[in-house]
Design a protein around this ligand. Sequence first.
Ligand code: SAM
Length: 295
Amino acid sequence: MTRHLPLSPETTRLEALKRLGEAFRSVGIETAQRDARLLTLDAVGIDHPDLIRAPRESIGAEAAEKLNAHAARRVAREPVARILGEWEFWSLPFKLSPDTLVPRPDSETVVAAALIALGARRHENEGVRVLDLGTGSGCLLIALLHEMPGASGIGIDLSPGAVETARSNARLNGVDARAEFRLSDWTAEVEGTFDLVVSNPPYIVDSVLEGLEPEVRVHDPRLALSGGADGLDAYRRIIALLPSVLAPGGVAALEIGSDQADSVTALATEAGFAVDGPYADFGARPRALVLKPKR
Ligand SMILES: C[S@@+](CC[C@H](N)C(=O)[O-])C[C@H]1O[C@@H](n2cnc3c(N)ncnc32)[C@H](O)[C@@H]1O
């Protein structure tokens, strides 16, 4: 623990925010104050309006114990999302497990690019079929089914724990009647064709993995990160499989690493696809490509 902690039951909400922020900054956490706020709100059991309405209220014994435990985990560089066990994506809640990647805001670019690529079918979406390859928490498929009430789809993953978590997230978000989740090595257990295929495959170059921040290196599953020697292993496999799962007129939206637009575009072009994008994430980095079979 740092010199700013532990907190006592008499600590005010405002003081807790300040001391947690200082504790997190002292160990080099860039999002220190945001993390302090999210963990304080959770431990005290209040929302943001409660906090600004009564900032000088004491946190009490129960919250102090919970917040000290939260803070110790964050100082040890466990991500806030893992401490809370839930994270938001596309303004929807997603439960996490050790087998699922924490959904990143960057990946919302894939959802947006997919909706753009569907054009009018985004709105007249009755019967639209979606396939999500490497579904993790289920965030891409569930966000898309939430946007398109007439659509249905399948999410697959090689991790049994991820499949289970994605299934419970579909229930949590009220799309479970239209979403199916399967254990599958990419498309091996998938039959039929789809109007939209989405994927955020593992794309980190293996030699880079050990240099990543502990939040990612220690806490995100390796299967969700490792892209092989050049980071492109999963793209090679997925692009080769796309013709067998895309319906006539179907499109695929793939997340890419910010330095992979040229290499993935080259793989897709060579395999006979026209490529739209790259579409940029909120940090203005290339983040998604849309692939359309050339007819
Ligand atoms: C980068 S994560 C993406 C998770 C989620 N779609 C998201 O955007 O947060 C990649 C996912 O692909 C899965 N995966 C890795 N290799 C796979 C394979 N051969 N077949 C199916 N899924 C695989 C991992 O388990 C992981 O859940």
